[in-house]
Write a protein that binds this ligand. Structure first.
Ligand code: PLP
Length: 324
């Protein structure tokens, strides 16, 4: 993925040119990782461009800021409006949306409170995160030698830039060793998550995913997948998953805004199930895509339409839609 270098970026309430969206090198965030951010996808649906679950994403952004004692310069609803404005200003139909709230330029020292809290929203076109074939054929994964951060060290419920130092180590190690992605354990040895995605195990028709206490980010896609799975009649359990349960899973898949629903075909070179996308993964993936493609009713009101005529056609206002 590379940037086009064109378009508009939202910075502290104003739309500026991409090339002018700059911060000072003395900004606190650069030195101390004092940023929190989100990743949201906007899909080109048959009814027009629509953001997937933008409301809970903006809520999580504000929650992340609260954990880091940031005085929030904008309410979640204002950030939602700003994100939609930014997509419109760039006339995108499908894109990835990256709001980031960070400690800016003021003073340097570990304590960030004398620095302003700034907010920017970037949008760009971004295709399949783990490659075009991944959604169908699956990916090869290793257990990382790096663990996720221990509870009461870096809060995993906050989507903070600092957490992605750990994620980078996991991802780089996996790729250097010839894998598509790394899957990390928590410090107690239980399955946690990938460098940028949550994980589900399917065994004997039941779905298992690690609990919030397992050093995971509480993924919005994780929540969508649990909802879809239950809608389809599957039992879903949030429970501790020992490493070896991955190897004997019938199916395994990653979920996240970037990876969407991506099957895992091997872990540490041990083939999972038949080594390709399994039926449960496919059923959940299909329903997820049907909602995005407008082929299934958006019963949970997950889509927020970006352009006003499409919002009107969908019979909902951006504020009213996507309540969850
Ligand atoms: C570490 C990590 N876990 C899980 C996820 C999935 O979260 P979501 O579904 O909200 O994108 C992400 C993606 O943001 C992530 O970076």
């Amino acid at each position: 993925m590379s940037f086009s270098g064109r378009g508009k970026v939202w910075m502290n309430g104003a739309l500026v040119e991409w090339a002018d969206a700059k911060i000072h090198v003395a900004s606190h965030v650069i030195h101390y990782g004092s940023g929190v951010f989100e990743g949201i996808r906007c899909y080109d649906t048959p009814r027009g461009a629509a953001c997937m679950r933008i409301t809970p994403h903006m809520k999580r952004l504000c929650d992340s800021g609260k954990i880091y004692r940031m005085p929030l310069p904008y309410a979640a609803a204002q950030l939602e409006t700003a994100a939609l404005d930014t997509i419109r200003a760039n006339t995108f139909k499908a894109c990835y949306v990256r709001p980031i709230m960070y400690r800016g330029y003021g003073a340097l020292g570990v304590n960030p409170v004398s620095c302003p809290v700034d907010v920017a929203i970037l949008v760009w076109e971004w295709g399949a995160y783990l490659g075009a074939d991944a959604l169908e054929k699956g990916v090869d994964v290793c257990i990382s030698s790096w663990s996720r951060m221990a509870p009461n060290t870096f809060p995993s419920q906050a989507k903070s830039s600092a957490n992605y130092a750990n994620a980078q180590l996991i991802r780089m190690e996996a790729e250097v060793n010839g894998y598509d992605e790394g899957l990390a354990l928590d410090v107690f040895g239980y399955v946690s998550e990938g460098s940028g995605e949550n994980v589900f195990v399917v065994r004997h028709g039941v779905l298992y995913t690690p609990p919030l206490g397992g050093s995971i980010l509480p993924g919005i896609t994780r929540d969508s997948v649990m909802t879809i799975a239950r809608d389809l009649g599957y039992q879903v359990e949030e429970e501790l998953i020992p490493r070896e349960m991955l190897y004997i899973a019938d199916e395994l898949f990653f979920v996240g805004t970037a990876v969407e629903i991506t099957p895992v075909r091997s872990v540490d070179r041990i083939v999972i199930g038949d080594g390709r996308r399994g039926p449960v993964t496919e059923a959940i993936q299909r329903r997820f895509l049907q909602i995005i493609n407008g082929e299934a009713a958006d019963t949970h009101r997950w889509l927020t339409f970006v352009y006003s005529e499409e919002t009107a056609a969908a019979g909902a206002s951006p504020a009213a839609a996507n309540a969850r």
